[in-house]
Design a binder for this molecule. Structure first.
Ligand SMILES: C[S@@+](CC[C@H](N)C(=O)[O-])C[C@H]1O[C@@H](n2cnc3c(N)ncnc32)[C@H](O)[C@@H]1O
Length: 243
């Protein structure tokens, strides 16, 4: 029999209160900042997918961020890091308005968001073509079916593949240890840049301001940075950061 208030507190009641406090809210009055008044041949997007507030086990998340949770486990949720968007909200972004007649859209997704991603690409005016990149994160999370250790960057096409093309030898499989929450390996943007060096390019939902690219999102830093494209250096550096 429960006879004190403390005994009535469940793990979820602690989690839900903490989760609400930590959830990041979009500071804008509108759903989105304005898109540029310009057309692009290459669009690279990493949408803030909504997972229904579901917590994720994430070993990249440092322990000090979990103070307030009852158990000493690694918990993070995308919603603690940035505001997330539901599929119907993502569909409202008029990506087609910035796409040239011949344009490729590279879009990051995860296994659970695969079907939504294809629907979103179609709504934005593109046809799904293939999985351009598979990222082997070299660390696995629990998964409902198999252990989860990969993310995918899909490619969609509108019109024809932009020309002239650059490198035709970019590898699909990227094996780079996971870095900070949601941070994608630079090898992907570097690979796309080599594939289409001459085209107008924009990164949507960006958190870095890369040389040679326009960008758009809620967290764009002022300073331009160079794209690092040395895979070995990136891997070693990431491993050292995680130790
Ligand atoms: C998955 S993260 C991008 C991570 C990035 N690719 C990286 O490697 O670091 C999604 C980004 O979308 C931004 N975002 C969330 N809601 C947004 C909105 N309404 N409009 C524009 N950007 C938004 C978030 O702030 C976050 O920076």
């Amino acid at each position: 029999m429960m006879n004190s208030n403390t005994e009535n507190i469940s793990g979820y009641s602690i989690y839900n209160i903490e989760a609400k406090k930590r959830t990041k809210i979009n500071p804008l009055e509108e759903l989105y900042p304005a898109l540029p008044d310009k057309k692009y041949d290459i669009i690279y997007a990493d949408p803030p997918w909504d997972y229904g507030g579901k917590m994720q086990y994430d070993k990249s998340c440092i322990k000090s961020e979990n103070i307030g949770f009852k158990k000493n486990i690694f918990i993070s949720s995308a919603t603690f890091k940035y505001p997330t968007l539901k599929l119907n909200q993502l569909k409202q972004l008029d990506v087609n308005s910035i796409a040239s007649d011949n344009c490729l859209l590279f879009m990051w997704t995860t296994g659970p968001q695969f079907a939504n991603s294809i629907e979103l690409g179609n709504t934005w005016g593109f046809e799904y073509k293939t999985v351009a990149f598979v990222w082997d994160k070299q660390v696995h999370n629990p998964g409902r079916y198999t252990l989860s250790e990969t993310e995918f960057c899909l490619v969609f096409k509108k019109g024809k593949i932009p020309s002239p093309r650059g490198a035709r030898n970019i590898r699909q499989l990227i094996s780079v240890p996971r870095g900070k929450h949601s941070e994608k390996p630079e090898l992907v943007i570097s690979g796309i840049t080599k594939m289409f060096p001459q085209q107008n390019k924009i990164e949507l939902f960006a958190r870095k301001n890369y040389n040679g690219w326009d960008n758009w999102g809620l967290e764009i830093p002022d300073n331009k940075v160079k794209i690092t494209d040395n895979s070995n250096e990136t891997s070693i550096q990431k491993v050292l950061e995680l130790v």
